[in-house]
Write a protein that binds this ligand. Structure first.
Ligand code: GLN
Length: 287
């Protein structure tokens, strides 16, 4: 099988589950990862044969992709803030909206660098704390998750990407476990925020593969993580500190109300698609 034949084989399979644009983007990503050659190189050498090992791997990838497995899980890689993260089914695939949250944190970071401390809650793949640590090299960065599997992935990413982050296994919904945490200048979280009743309208890609404990919250208490993290911030955020959340597009008002009830001032920011997606809170000094 030549490079070109391999590309067509994959594209034809992908077209049965994805629209044309997605099929071609995913096809390119897979072919590049498989062969180590980018599109131009694959075009120039289109008549070169792929190796029998590559051919076998290609069939394996195609079979998984046909079952709607997200390409990031098939290849065990996902790009975030210009860095390549390892991902598997233990962690949520990092989203572009979350990159915007990281940028917002950095643009608001005016703390003295020698004492700057950052806490990420529900770290998943570790994409947030690792990206922050790579940009703010002197910061002390701590990240929490309840899931063993997620922490293993996050630790692997921190090692691979040369970012020193302290990882702690902790259930943020259990205040008895908060005692071990130190104060932080920046607390950040992209917690689970999708109401369970949204499941029906979601793509099988997400629903059947991504970890439900990272995505969903009970319909009758969609804000439970925000409530817990705001309560934590009352004692663990420094006086001048900043709290950053990613939010469900419909929950901006509710989250800012929670913050003001707890004595925080807040601000909502829209994502690139114009949807309410991020909230920043700070302790109201008058309050
Ligand atoms: N913090 C990780 C991310 O932003 C995981 C979030 C989650 O699992 N809810 O991708």
């Amino acid at each position: 099988m030549t490079l070109q034949e391999a590309g067509f084989f994959l594209l034809n399979k992908l077209r049965t589950v994805y629209d044309e644009g997605e099929a071609s983007a995913i096809g390119d990503w897979v072919m590049e990862s498989l062969t180590g050659s980018d599109k131009t190189e694959r075009m120039i050498y289109k008549n070169n044969p792929i190796t029998p090992e590559e051919e076998e791997q290609l069939h394996g990838y195609a079979a998984k992709l046909l079952k709607h497995t997200p390409v990031q899980y098939v290849l065990n890689e996902s790009w975030f803030c210009g860095l390549k993260f390892y991902v598997d089914e233990n962690v949520l695939i990092p989203r572009p909206e979350t990159e915007e949250l990281v940028e917002w944190v950095i643009s608001n970071c005016r703390f003295p660098i020698d004492t700057l401390s950052i806490l990420d809650i529900g770290t998943g793949s570790g994409c947030i704390p690792i990206s922050l640590k790579r940009r703010l090299r002197k910061a002390k960065v701590t990240a929490l998750d309840i899931s063993d599997g997620a922490l293993t992935v996050a630790q692997r990413n921190a090692a691979k990407l040369g970012a020193e982050v302290e990882f702690i296994q902790l259930d943020i919904l259990d205040p008895a476990q908060w005692a071990i945490l130190k104060t932080a200048d920046i607390i950040i979280s992209n917690p689970p925020y999708i109401p369970e009743n949204n499941k029906a309208s979601m793509h099988p890609n997400v629903l059947e593969f991504e970890p439900h404990n990272a995505l969903f919250v009970p319909d009758q208490d969609t804000l439970l993580f925000y409530k817990a993290i705001i309560a934590l911030a009352k004692t663990k955020l420094t006086l001048e500190g900043l709290l950053f959340f990613e939010i469900h597009e419909n929950l901006g008002k509710e989250v800012t109300e929670l913050l003001s009830a707890a004595g925080f001032m807040s601000e909502i920011k829209k994502d690139m698609q114009g949807k309410d997606r991020m909230v920043m809170g700070r302790k109201s000094l008058e309050g």
